[in-house]
Design a protein around this ligand. Structure first.
Ligand SMILES: [Zn+2]
Length: 162
């Protein structure tokens, strides 16, 4: 293998999340491991949501990116356990989501007693108001909920917690 593990991580940082193009898959926290065995590169990915349609698209983007860099033997492994949580997103990723007009997750799974609890307040990413209401459990994708701000009236996507 002519590449180091560090270089592979660098290549992976060029793969964007298909649902939120301002984030790369490292910021999303879904790449768990990079393993180099002889000529093969194995990338271990934990999908954000099992059954999320973006997962297969992400797998394909990883494969294409590494092929583009000259790595032909790519093995993708999906690791479902432990499950991805929004805690794995970098702090910078949450800021980028907000700048993109998507409210970042409010609760972290580890602080949440009830996993199905709804956040009391999802601040509007446009004006910062806390007066927002849930419009639909499903926003532009299954992984997001649609909210509307009561103050500036702007609808926005909320990146749901796990
Ligand atoms: Zn607002």
């Amino acid at each position: 293998m002519q590449f180091t593990e560090e270089q592979i991580w660098q290549f992976l940082s060029e793969v964007q999340d298909p649902e939120v193009p301002v984030l790369n898959i490292l910021e999303l926290g879904i790449v768990r491991e990079v393993l180099i065995k002889n000529d093969e590169v194995e990338v271990v990915v934990t999908p954000t949501y099992s059954g999320c349609p973006a997962t297969s698209m992400i797998n394909m983007s990883i494969r294409l990116k590494l092929i583009e860099k000259g790595i032909k033997n790519v093995k993708l492994t999906n690791r479902l356990s432990p499950a991805w949580t929004t805690d794995w997103m970098t702090a910078g990723a949450k800021e980028k989501l907000k700048a993109y007009g998507i409210a970042p997750p409010v609760y972290s799974k580890t602080n949440q007693d009830d996993l199905f609890a709804k956040p009391d307040e999802v601040p509007c990413p446009h004006c910062g108001s806390g007066h927002t209401k849930l419009v639909s459990q499903f926003g532009s994708t299954a992984c997001k909920a649609l909210y509307q701000c009561e103050d500036c009236r702007e609808p926005f996507d909320y990146f749901k917690c796990h």
